[in-house]
Design a protein around this ligand. Structure first.
Ligand SMILES: C[S@@+](CC[C@H](N)C(=O)[O-])C[C@H]1O[C@@H](n2cnc3c(N)ncnc32)[C@H](O)[C@@H]1O
Length: 319
């Protein structure tokens, strides 16, 4: 009788244990779904929030400019035809020439472009050097415009466009000789993950060229609001912090060039020229696009005038 009771007790304990295991599985499954949901929401909100930056509205507006210049969609485009419209950074192709020189890019170089926008720098590098360029862009509409312009330039053999987030880039088996990135890092607060990704994409001794914002002084409340809401920029390191982060994530031979003065002049000239030609721009692009760009250009001038926003050009090597 005692033995039967003991067996019953043991079975009961086993059943309780099994129920606990099942409960644990259910909880893990729920957590897993929650994490997946949160990740999906974060991704969607990143794509949605970055669109607050008015530079990224209507990327297809480049066709309005090309149309006015008599370059319809069926015409083969030359790089010179579009380079004044497709560079979403400062100093245009002059800065891309610096990258070509700094990283000694030639026809044998495999280049990875992080945050390629409508593809201006990637096409320019491919056309000037014959290098093979993989261009990764987060926003699907910018990427689609990039793809169609690359096709129109006859550069599809050299430039491959991918749409996605650099933080989720997983095709890291294929390594690149050089990595370039213009005004992209400012959108990505998680610098450690970002720099680790960049490091992983490069071959041993591969080099990287970045242009980015940095923090020169403490921003006031209004500047922080503009940076966050109009520039989608929620974190900036100082130059010293930048250097430390690069070193901590496997980069050496770090060269930092302060671009603040040149960029301050550039953004002021860009804004003044835009205002001077306002009527012309309205005729070409319509009032909504013009008001959006005017507001964005003006806010960037305000930030540089405040003297706490800085610009930096970085060349560094994977250890
Ligand atoms: C100021 S634009 C510069 C575009 C291009 N580099 C150029 O100079 O013409 C910054 C670009 O980075 C892209 N971007 C931002 N965060 C990204 C991310 N996590 N992954 C990939 N691209 C990103 C934006 O969508 C935007 O097109």
């Amino acid at each position: 009788m005692k033995i039967v009771k003991g067996i019953k007790k043991k079975n009961l304990e086993k059943a309780r244990e099994n129920i606990e295991v099942i409960r644990l599985y259910v909880r893990l499954l729920k957590d897993f779904h929650q994490i997946n949901n949160n990740n999906r929401k974060a991704k969607l909100s990143m794509r949605k929030n970055i669109k607050r930056m008015k530079l990224y509205h209507h990327p297809e507006r480049i066709y309005n400019e090309l149309g006015i210049a008599g370059l319809k969609k069926d015409v083969t485009l030359k790089i010179e035809d579009i380079s004044q419209y497709d560079q979403y950074h400062y100093l245009g192709t002059e800065s891309v020439d610096e990258a070509i020189r700094g990283l000694t890019i030639d026809a044998t170089t495999k280049v990875f472009d992080v945050g390629s926008g409508v593809g201006g720098p990637a096409r320019y590098i491919a056309e000037k050097t014959g290098a093979y360029v993989t261009a990764l862009e987060l926003q699907p509409d910018l990427n689609a415009t990039a793809q169609s312009l690359t096709q129109q330039c006859g550069l599809t053999d050299l430039v491959t466009h991918l749409c996605g987030n650099i933080l989720e880039f997983t095709e890291e088996d294929y390594k690149y000789d050089a990595l370039v990135s213009w005004l992209v890092f400012l959108h990505i607060p998680d610098r450690s993950s970002l720099l680790k990704k960049c490091n992983n994409i490069l071959k041993a001794n591969g080099k990287m060229f970045i242009e980015d914002f940095y923090k020169r002084g403490e921003f006031d409340k209004e500047e922080l609001r503009i940076l966050s809401e109009d520039v989608y920029c929620n974190y900036l390191p100082t130059l010293e912090e930048y250097r430390v982060q690069l070193t901590a994530n496997g980069f050496s031979k770090i060269e930092l060039v302060d671009m603040t003065e040149r960029w301050s002049v550039f953004v002021k000239e860009r804004f003044n020229k835009f205002i001077e030609n306002r009527e012309r721009h309205i005729k070409v692009n319509g009032i909504e696009i013009v008001e959006g760009l005017e507001d964005f250009y003006q806010k960037i001038v305000g930030l540089f005038n405040g003297r706490k926003l800085g610009g930096v050009r970085i060349v560094a090597q994977k250890e």
